[in-house]
Design a protein around this ligand. Structure first.
Ligand code: SF4
Ligand code: SF4
Length: 336
């Protein structure tokens, strides 16, 4: 009997939603089992890192890697799976662009640890913090060490394909599995390296059925404070919708359901910096010339970082705030 190609999936710094999205492809999951030997998928089966370390380099055909690189364990496994995999896919927003865990790049990692272990909701009178190694009678225990900034997968290793989404839509995952199975059976070819798969090539606005005609606004408002017209573009009603800068692929799921797009599919094709493109799109609908009036309208955007970089900070041109970058630069110098 011919050996089936090997499949792996890994979960680094992320919420676990990507794993659920894969399980949510229903009976299509049987195609994964029929066509692949699942050799490593910690959330779904028991496997040890040493099992992967013992594999031949390049022996895993396909690895879906979700999560950003937040600690030295994530970094080690990203490098290990890169070495062992023929095709490495950055799967989901965290691996592609940092996503919500990437917002921690606004802070120095010591501040993050301090906040986690010494806040109003944490009783820590003796200021006890986790240690990265500890001697016990059985040996030395290691826990992962937090890195100064969260990085996207391709900021750490070479990536073959990118599959965006928070999480990727199940119908898109199923389409990618169909494609890989067709490739295995000689019925299709893989796209060029670096291609974004399981998503569209335009913007959420291009998939959105809402009518655009007003073009200008006098204020931004939070969606829960208004009853938006169900058929008009949300942005043109003053609701900050991120559709103009966001990659298509979800069938404009949120605006269709009455909520603004918050950008989980990441930057649209050709967008170098998501936040910069969105700022420009928002600026183009503001109906004011007086600087004070413009400031008043912009004050309606109550969380600018969350609005413009909620999913994309780590993958943006900014990447991180100054304290985190300073710590990263010291870390890199120490490694060199
Ligand atoms: S801005 Fe939002 S609501 Fe308007 S067309 Fe684009 S996706 Fe649809
Ligand atoms: S509409 Fe925007 S936020 Fe909603 S699923 Fe699509 S890309 Fe994500």
């Amino acid at each position: 009997m011919t050996e089936k190609p090997k499949f792996a999936m890994y979960w680094a710094a992320s919420c676990g939603g990507c794993e659920i999205a894969v399980l949510n492809i229903h009976e299509k999951i049987l195609d994964v089992d029929a066509n692949f030997d699942v050799v490593f998928w910690p959330v779904a089966m028991d496997a040890k890192y040493k099992d992967v370390e013992a594999m031949e380099d390049g022996s895993i055909l396909l690895t879906l890697f979700n999560g950003g690189i937040r600690n030295d364990e994530n970094e080690h496994i990203a490098k290990l799976l890169r070495k062992k995999s023929k095709i490495l896919v950055a799967f989901g927003s965290c691996a592609n662009e940092g996503c919500i865990p990437g917002l921690a790049n606004l802070s120095d990692s010591r501040e993050i640890v301090h906040t986690a272990f010494n806040t109003i909701s944490t009783d820590n009178p003796h200021e006890i913090y986790p240690m990265t190694s500890y001697d016990v009678p059985e040996g030395e225990i290691h826990i992962p060490k937090i890195l100064p900034v969260l990085k996207t997968l391709d900021q750490v290793v070479d990536v073959d394909y990118y599959m965006p989404g928070c999480p990727p839509e199940s119908h898109q995952i199923a389409a990618v599995i169909d494609l890989v199975v067709d490739v295995l059976h000689g019925k299709a070819e893989l796209p060029p390296k670096g291609t974004v798969i399981g998503a569209g090539n335009s913007t959420v606005c291009d998939e959105c059925k809402r009518t655009r005609n007003v073009k200008t606004i006098k204020s931004f408002q939070r969606i829960w404070g208004v009853a938006p017209d169900p058929s008009l573009c949300l942005l043109e009603q003053g609701i900050p919708c991120n559709g103009p800068a966001t990659r298509s692929g979800c069938n404009a799921r949120c605006p269709t359901a009455g909520a603004q797009c918050i950008g989980c599919y990441g930057p649209a094709e050709g967008v170098a910096d998501y936040g910069a493109r969105l700022i420009s799109a928002f600026a183009s609908v503001i109906d004011a010339k007086d600087p004070q009036e413009i400031d008043r309208i912009l004050d309606g955007l109550v969380d600018p970082t969350g609005q413009f970089y909620r999913f994309n900070l780590a993958g943006s041109l900014l990447k991180a705030a100054v304290p985190a970058w300073k710590a990263e630069s010291t870390h890199e110098k120490e490694k060199a």
